[in-house]
Each structure stands twice: as C-alpha cells, then as structure tokens.
Design a protein around this ligand. Sequence first.
Ligand code: GLU
Length: 257
Amino acid sequence: MKIVIKIGTSTITHGTGRLNIRRTEEICKIISDLKNTGTDIIIVSSGAIGLGTGKLSLRERPRDMPSKQAAAAVGQSELMYVYDRQFSEYNHTVAQILLTAADVRNEIRHKNFTNTLNRLLELGAIPVINENDTIATEEITIGDNDTLAAIVSTSAKADLLVLMSDIDGLFTSDPHRSADARLIEKVYDLSDDILALGGGEGSSLGTGGMKTKLEAARICMEADCDMIIMNGSKPELLYRILEGGSVGTRFYAKEKA
Ligand code: GLU
C-alpha cells in the first residue's frame, strides 16, 4: 500500500503563521506509526510561505512575488527542520524534494523525479515534497499543493491520496453558512452538480480551496488512485482510513468504482 498525504498550511500553522506544535507532533507520530506497519508514505507539505510569513513577522501572507519567494525560502527550511526533528524521534528519515511545473512537464526531469522517489521509498525514507516556491514564477508554477499532490500520486502510482485540510470533506453546501449542509461521503463521478460545489476560497495562509481539491480528484480518479478529503485537525483519522473505515469524502478511482 502506497499513500500520499498532503498536509495543508492551515493544518500545521496557527492563524498567525507560527507552527502548530501540538498538531505537527501528532501528525508525525501517527505517520511514523503507519510507516511502521509497512505502508509506503509520501508527504506533500505546504506551509513554506505560511511559516516564512510568521518567522519574518510579516502581518499577512505576502502578495508580491519576491516577498512570497523570500518567505518560502525562510519557511521551507523551518518546515524541513520540523519534519526532520519529529520523524527522527521515531527513527524515520525524511528527504526533501522541491518541484516546479517545468520538472513534471519535461519528460526527462519527470523520469528523474520518479526514479528518485521510488529509490527513496525502497530505502525506507519519507519523501517530503513541496513546490519550489523560491524559483517558481507565474509561468512555471503548479500553483497549489492539492494539484501537486495529485500529480505526485499519479507519478508514484499511489493507491490513495489523502488531503488533510481545514474542513471535514465535501459538503452539499458551505457548512460555515448553512446549518443543513451535509457531508458527502462517497463520490464516484465528478458530475456537474459535484463540480458546482467547488466554489469556496482557501484560508488566508494557504492557497487551496474546494475547487483545487476537485481538480486533484479528477487527476487521481483518472489515474486509478482514490482520494480522500479529511480534516487535518483530527490526524488520528488516518488510522481509520488505513483500517478501511469511512472518513471525510472519498473519491473513487474509475477502475475501482
Ligand atoms: N507551496 C506553498 C507553500 O509551501 C503552498 C501552496 C498551497 O498551499 O497549496 O507555502
């Protein structure tokens, strides 16, 4: 079993952009435990710009490119420092991979990436992937880590992509606004009705929203990989997913549906 876990900025930082220490510790502990069961795990982690924003004491996530890239350069090293320290506690080794859209579009670079990824898994490491925000400009940016995680999942031929987000899953309407919003547990087809639910914006520190998650689902479903949206504030749900229980919203790959 090979799973890709995407950790969103809102899951590992507080609203201030500073690290959510308790949450990060819980996540790394649980992922280490799952890795100990023999599951191959790849992490796609956001948080570079968010953490850089906090560390540089900027009042809000920067909008201009040089400041975003500067924040990412500061935050990415903190991000890896945190993962390295946490996973080391449980005897696991992390490996940083930073990608741009050009790397996944170019056949040779893409092949090099997948070779490295597979070798790291064989060696028992936990790859931690992010977009290379310090050099990705408008033209070559993948733009959001939901899409990046879906691309990584297909490249790695993963069985499952789990998006850890700030929401329980896909709802019939915005649960922050409507009391009768219901969680949709299973999606077999990205019908127009489902796609119409992708309107919402992301949080102030991250970049994703439901729209990018549905786009990620499309990429996965076409590539024989299931995808789950779960609430990152309840990392213990990862155990239930691995035990085959129902968590959040599951999008079923075409072959499996
Ligand atoms: N690569 C961005 C970061 O690490 C995150 C992009 C996203 O949140 O989707 O800050």
